[in-house]
Design a protein around this ligand. Structure first.
Ligand code: THU
Length: 134
């Protein structure tokens, strides 16, 4: 399905503005485009107990599920950080993305200059842990 990639990146930039990152000062935004045209947004949310921090990607994905959507509703996801090159999602988020996004879902990694690189979800975490492993 064709869609406006720059608009999805702009939504992730918009989501980033809500980031709560007083400890790292590193704000991240994520936006998920659904087939009904809805955008689900997420930002990183830090905590004084640092390990409780939730990354932007997982915030958006948990919001997706919390709002009653499924991976089959998802067209694409964009992630944005103030990085010189397009941001690279952490391993924990890649694991959650591997389960909650379609395996062939387009994932757009971007920076604030809207420089971006595209990946297929399954290429971001080869040999991920799956429910079949249980
Ligand atoms: N962070 C994300 O939100 N997503 C990433 O892909 C990388 C890291 C957040 C976690 C923490 O709040 C801050 O960025 C610095 O690591």
């Amino acid at each position: 399905m064709s869609f406006d990639k720059l608009k999805l990146i702009e939504k992730a930039i918009e989501a980033r503005e809500n980031a709560y990152a007083p400890y790292s000062n590193f704000k991240v935004g994520a936006a998920i485009l659904l087939s009904n045209g809805v955008y689900i947004l997420g930002c990183n949310v830090e905590n004084a107990s640092y390990g409780l921090t939730n990354c932007a990607e997982r915030t958006a994905l948990f919001s997706l599920i919390s709002n009653g959507y499924k991976k089959s509703d998802v067209i694409a996801m964009a992630i944005v950080g103030a990085t010189p090159e397009p941001i690279s999602p952490c391993g924990a988020c890649r694991q959650v993305m591997s389960e909650l996004l379609p395996s062939d879902c387009l994932v757009i990694l971007a920076n604030l200059d809207k420089k971006y690189i595209e990946y297929s979800n399954s290429d971001l975490l080869p040999y991920s842990f799956k429910e079949e492993c249980l």
